[in-house]
Structures are given as structure tokens and as C-alpha cells.
Design a binder for this molecule. Sequence first.
Ligand code: C2E
Ligand code: MG
Ligand code: MG
Ligand code: MG
Length: 290
Amino acid sequence: AAKKNGGNRGELFRPSLYEETTQLVELDNDLRNALENGQFHLAYQPIFALAPGTERLVGFEALLRWEHPHYGSLQPGVFIPMAEKLGHIHVLGDWALRNALRQVQAFRSAGPELDLKINVNVSPLQLAKPGFAARLTDMLGQMPDLPSHALCLEITETCLSDEAVSEALGAIRALGVQVAIDDFGTGFSSLACLRRLPADIVKLDRAFLKNSSAEPQDDRFFAAVNSLIHAVDLKVVQEGVETPAQIDFIRATGADFAQGFHLARPLSIPAALDLISASRQDRPRPPDRT
Ligand code: C2E
Ligand code: MG
Ligand code: MG
Ligand code: MG
């Protein structure tokens, strides 16, 4: 029933056990074929630095999309867990990484002075499997013009206690590749954990921001969280910025970077290139112009 007229995520999520099993088997085959058939692509959501009075484009987060022949456009929240469960995440993750690296090279040549970066999400399963850092070294080696600081890998905080993951993160950071802790604040990180975070950037989850209101203690709370993160020499990206008021709020409380629908949705490649070209034209603007 879930296969009728493509693209209903709700149906995909509420099957009977029989349907669920059948769908998993189908999706197993589908995932296997999807890469060969070019059904995956990446969308690019801009990330901005919160310079005083303005927002400056610093890079993009690559987000996977799957054009499924029956279900239509599938979001990663649906198929990433399945790809993980079915063991396809390694091939899929390598594909995303390779494509994102190739694309950021094109973005960078479209605006060389912007020094644009690319953020790529990686599953803990990818990091825990031996050989990830070696493959990454290979990929970067094949792109001599791309500095390793142009790549940032995003991982969630849930996997940091895994020995194999910490080891991989060490090797990755030794390459000069940045590491960001994604969806920070929703998991179970302790203060001790924050202190030893093997990362360069913390991305504060949007759920965090959503709960903030106009209460004065929210200002103090956010300012304190930001200083705590800055105290251990990490930068802060606020995710899920949806309103102009939220921009003012996170700027005032000390976030370094922002990402969210208010600033920009995940973009197609042509739309990202348009933004890059508009950002270049912005540069000569005198700083006092608003
Ligand atoms: P994430 O890494 O936290 O990515 C941010 C998600 O929030 C994206 O959803 C993005 O479209 C959405 N978002 C951005 N700004 C806003 C906003 O202002 N409001 C709201 N409500 N949402 C916003 P998306 O693309 O559906 O991705 C969901 C998750 O799937 C990602 O969360 C990431 O964990 C995972 N994912 C995406 N691409 C990949 C990939 O290539 N590999 C792996 N392993 N995971 C991926
Ligand atoms: Mg992410
Ligand atoms: Mg995130
Ligand atoms: Mg998030």
C-alpha cells in the first residue's frame, strides 16, 4: 500500500510487521541499485559567519537526497537509518564524501577569495570501520588543490565513547580536516566530555534554540553555553535558525556561525553558485552600509 503514488513518508513509517519486513527487503535491493542508477544527490545548505551587522557565507553542509522511483523524494532521516541497518552506509557515505569534495572544489573556484568549506555528515559506523581515515587520505591526495581545512566532518555526540571512533577522529584531525559535533545538546554529553571533545566545532541543535523564548535567563543561558564551548577552544554553529529574531538572539549571545531556513534552505548546485556569486559582489560593500 505504501507504494501507491510515491512519496508518502508517513506510510513508510507505519507499516505492519509483514509490510515492514517486505519493505526492508525491497529497500535493501533499492539501496543497492540506487547508487548505480544515480538516484542520490546532495543538497547544499549555506553556513554563515555572524560578523557584526552582516552574515558572511563561509561554506555549505552537504545533505543527501534520494529520488526513489516509487516513494519519490526521500529525506535522509528515513533512509540513513536503513542504510546503516542494512550495511550500505559505507558505500553511500563514501559516495557522499567523494561528491561533496568534488563539488566544494567547484564552489571554491567560483569564488576563490571566499575560502569556502564543505561539511559532510558521517555515520559513526563509517568511522568505526577500519580504513576510513586511509580512504579519506587517498581522496584528499587525489585533490592536491584542495586544502584539508576546506573539509569538515560532522558526527553526532552519541558515538564519542567508542574507542574506534576516537581513534579515527584523531587520524582525521591529524590530516588537518575539521571535526564538528552535530546536534549538540540533545544527547548525553557530560561536562567532562565537552572538555575533551576531539573536535573543532560544536553545532547546537535546533531543538535547543526552539525552546528559547524572550526570558532574560535564556540570554544568560545561551551566553554561558557559548562561553563554555569557547573556553575549550571550539567554535559554535547554531542550527535551525528560522526567524530574524533568532539571528539577533544568537549573535548577541555569542554564536560564531549560523545555519537555518531563515538564512537559506538546502540548495541545488546552481542556486548555491548564485549565492556564491552574490556573496562575491557583497564584499566591496563598506561595512557601515546595511
Ligand atoms: P543534520 O546533520 O543535523 O542536518 C540538518 C538538518 O536540519 C537537515 O535535514 C536540514 O535540512 C534541516 N534544517 C536546516 N535548517 C533548518 C531549519 O531552520 N529548520 C528546520 N526545521 N530544519 C532545518 P535533512 O537534510 O533532512 O537531514 C537530516 C539528517 O540526516 C541530518 O541532520 C544528518 O544527520 C543526516 N544526513 C544527511 N545527509 C547525510 C549523509 O550524507 N550521511 C549521513 N551519515 N547522514 C546524513
Ligand atoms: Mg549535520
Ligand atoms: Mg545538525
Ligand atoms: Mg540537527
